[in-house]
Design a protein around this ligand. Structure first.
Ligand code: NAP
Length: 471
């Protein structure tokens, strides 16, 4: 059994309090971790703000490049650890580790890239013969608070760009899947990261996350998680920079002129990958009425290929959701939709935390699985009249993370890209598609519009200083 410790600037926490993490699939112990509390939170912040020895660009590059090389040799170990603590199947967790390698690769590249700018001073009658240069400087301390659904990648999307920027971090991972984050922290130390630049504190939010959010020495809170917690953070953080990457209810719009094979394949992958537990999973499929019957029949057929079961079986394509309570919630919204007139075509059967991927047709527009975020392998289909109707329905929720549209009509595609109120639009792709480098993040209740993605995150984890000199 894996026994891990919360780490304050490299020092193991021996609090005597531990948390055991179990597989949502069969209750097998994935590992234990020692818990931190208020004293360790204080010590981690103090170590971060006292740190003065920021490594230079090449050293930051080397740490990130070493970390990538180490992780590359441990892809299977990390995939199995994520599977053990989340119940996600190996197909999904191997993909997550592959993406994490990209985050490290691109962050290493960014560590070397100076985005400083030069401005001439003599460009107006009010100017002078001077020159202005800008340079990025690290923050004193950032707090990173992360969710369970991608326990490696959501963490690394904060830590790796923070390292590229030279900013020390105190990390509070999800209590539902904390082991991967602790192992990753050990890996980063082994790659050469100075210990004060990173602490990882597993512990109750009241003792760790809330003090971090409220501490004036913490200059940035970077949070990924639910809307409810994100808004609470916004209300209590006080005067500091906030990055909020919150929930989504992403539509996939399928128009009559779509390539049907592509539409069916993307709808299934978008709805069922990672057990449907992605902020950018397809959560509503809005299909134009002309092809709705054929699309629906073919998606129900496709869903049968998504074998749901033991997450460590190679044949499994959908593992568990994070816990039985979440599966019961999904079952409830499914029952509600059916009671409201929807037709369950395939799946939907629950065993513990396993929920068979479900395709649901004729879902009423006011069903909870349409208006709210459901975090699981549900594929609800709503027939729409035309593009206008689809866009109106797509924009009708409080969320605004991402969207996909499947069409062969360029005018429809461009019109949707302009009119959808969200942070990202993918044409002939699932809403989740992106590279780890490109800007990512939502608007409305999905976020404040401050993006993640390696390039943007290096910016948010640093400040620009403007320096001028005679020239
Ligand atoms: P969550 O319940 O909001 O938890 C996220 C993190 O916040 C956890 O570490 C949690 O700690 C912590 N937390 C809980 N209460 C807190 C408080 N009062 N103050 C500060 N932190 C607190 O979210 P989740 O259920 O883990 O994750 C699923 C959600 O994340 C979904 O809504 C999903 O859409 C969203 N998500 C968004 C993105 C994005 O990029 N937009 C990406 C991935 C996921 P404990 O675990 O100890 O409670």
């Amino acid at each position: 059994m894996m026994t891990l410790q919360s780490l304050v600037a490299g020092k193991p926490v021996h609090s005597g309090r531990t948390q055991t993490v179990r597989s949502p699939y069969d209750g097998a112990v994935a590992g234990t971790v020692t818990l931190a509390g208020r004293a360790e939170t204080e010590a981690a912040i103090a170590a971060a703000v006292a740190f003065r020895d920021t490594p230079g660009r090449y050293d930051r590059f080397r740490i990130l490049d070493n970390a990538r090389a180490i992780l590359e040799k441990q892809v299977e170990d990390y995939a199995r650890l994520i599977t053990a603590e989340t119940g996600l199947c190996l197909r999904d967790t191997r993909h997550e580790v592959a993406r994490a390698l990209d985050v490290l690769r691109f962050s290493a590249m960014e560590a070397l890239r100076d985005d400083g700018q030069v401005y001439s001073g003599d460009i107006s009658p009010n100017g002078k013969a001077r020159r202005i240069i800008t340079q990025r400087e690290p923050l004193a301390c950032a707090a990173c608070i992360t969710p369970f659904n991608h326990p490696l990648n959501t963490v690394l999307h904060k830590l790796a760009p923070a390292i590229a920027a030279g900013t020390p971090v105190v990390l509070k991972p999800s209590e539902k899947a904390p082991l991967t984050a602790v192992r990753l922290t050990e890996l980063l130390y082994a790659a050469g990261l100075p210990a004060p630049m990173l602490s990882v504190l597993v512990g109750p939010s009241a003792d760790v996350a809330e003090p971090l959010v409220q501490d004036p020495r913490v200059e940035l809170v970077s949070f990924t998680g639910s809307v409810a917690v994100g808004k609470r953070i916004a209300a209590t953080a006080g005067y500091k920079r906030l990055v909020l990457e919150l929930g989504g209810n992403d539509p996939l719009i399928v128009l009559d002129d779509a390539d049907l094979d592509l539409a069916v394949q993307l709808a299934a992958e978008g709805s069922f990958r990672n057990s449907g537990q992605r902020c950018t999973a397809v959560k509503r499929i809005l299909v134009q009425q002309g092809i709705a019957p054929e699309f629906t029949r073919r998606l129900a057929e496709k869903a049968r290929e998504y074998v749901c079961g033991n997450p460590t079986d190679e044949a499994t394509r959908v593992g568990t959701v994070i816990d039985e309570a979440s599966a019961i919630y999904l079952e409830t919204v499914l029952d509600e939709a059916v009671a409201g007139g929807a037709r369950l075509l395939v799946g939907g059967k629950r065993t513990g935390a396993l929920l068979q991927p479900a395709v649901i047709a004729d879902v009423p527009r006011d069903a909870r699985m349409i208006t709210c975020e459901s975090f699981g392998p549900l594929a609800p289909i709503v027939a729409v009249r035309d593009l206008d109707d689809a866009i109106e329905l797509a924009n009708s929720t409080v969320y605004g993370l991402s969207a996909g549209i499947i069409t062969t009509n360029l005018n429809h595609a461009l019109s949707a890209a302009k009119r959808l109120r969200c942070g990202m639009v993918n044409i002939n792709e699932i809403p989740a598609w992106r590279t780890e480098m490109s800007p990512f993040g939502g608007i409305k209740d999905s976020g404040l519009g401050i993006k993640e993605g390696v390039v943007e995150t290096v910016k948010t984890f640093s400040t620009v200083k403007t320096v001028s000199l005679p020239w």
